[in-house]
Design a protein around this ligand. Structure first.
Ligand SMILES: Nc1nc2c(ncn2[C@@H]2O[C@H](COP(=O)(O)OP(=O)(O)OP(=O)(O)O)[C@@H](O)[C@H]2O)c(=O)[nH]1
Ligand SMILES: [Mg+2]
Length: 253
């Protein structure tokens, strides 16, 4: 689960993993947030058992951001144990809830490193949550879209874009967002109206072209509050998994 702070990663982790186990899949929930105070599920694997950012603040007198940085970097020395726990579980699915401050995970060296160590060559998919606060203003949506592709470039795993907390958006707003996301001309018009500079307009246009006329191909609308869209998210996951090579297939060739 990836996404900006507060976008709903932990709640969707809870709901998706419950959905999976209700549907006879074995699943474990992994908390990767060393600074989480409270989590809406009980993690089967918890990085706070290895590094605790809150304790660093108290014991080393660090500020919140310094402690988070230190804790995220310290995670690296525990990767083998955490990956061992994950493998030993033998679960069919692991839902991994990433730290609130996405930039710490996605944009520092540790993120890709942690991801690679934990997934150990198994098929992995990023579920990228877009907060409804980005919707439906075109320039905000462009920011979210660029963030989505930027994380994809860093982590190099297939991603599924999810509009989270969809229960907070009324039908009209959702329709407005949808129509912009699959109509490059309308999207460009709105961007122009909102004063987005021409260089960025060209970037937006090329994204539409690159992804078959949709800025966020396969966007899933989901709500952890009502569970709406969770089944669609599962279907999207299956579709991506189906298109992926079997683990180790590359090496065998
Ligand atoms: N209405 C609504 N609120 C939600 C939903 N999912 C999460 N929230 C609320 O959004 C807030 C953040 O949700 P989290 O799941 O903690 O988000 P997060 O991305 O894990 O946040 P951090 O890890 O702290 O960055 C909480 O107060 C939730 O109650 C949803 O589907 N609908
Ligand atoms: Mg969280």
């Amino acid at each position: 689960m990836l996404g900006t702070a507060g976008s709903g990663k932990s709640y969707l982790t809870a709901v998706l993993s419950s959905w999976l186990s209700d549907n006879q899949h074995s699943v474990i929930r992994v908390n990767l947030d060393p600074a989480a105070e409270w989590i809406p599920y009980s993690p089967d694997i918890d990085v706070r058992d290895y590094v605790d950012a809150r304790r660093l603040m108290v014991e080393k007198g660090m500020g919140p951001n310094g402690a988070l940085l230190a804790a995220t970097d310290m995670l690296v020395s525990h990767l083998e144990s955490i990956a061992g726990e994950l493998k030993a579980s033998g679960a069919e699915y692991a839902v991994i809830d990433t730290p609130g401050q996405m930039e710490l995970f996605a944009f520092r060296a540790t993120g890709p490193l942690v991801l690679k160590a934990l997934t150990g060559g198994e098929k992995s998919i990023g579920v990228f949550l877009i907060d409804p606060a980005f919707v439906p203003r075109a320039s905000n949506m462009l920011s979210a879209i660029l963030l989505y592709y930027s994380v994809g470039a860093r982590l190099k795993i297939p991603q599924i874009p999810v509009l989270s907390k969809a229960d907070l958006l009324d039908a009209e707003t959702l329709e407005e967002a949808r129509s912009m996301l699959d109509d490059p001309v309308l999207f460009e018009e709105k961007l122009l109206e909102e004063g987005v500079e021409p260089g960025l307009l060209a970037v937006a246009k090329s994204l539409f072209e690159a992804y078959g006329g949709e800025a966020l191909l396969g966007l899933v609308e989901a709500s952890a509050r009502t569970s709406r869209g969770v089944e669609n998210l599962y279907a999207a996951i299956q579709q991506v998994l189906g298109g992926m090579e079997e683990p180790g297939a590359e090496e065998q060739l």
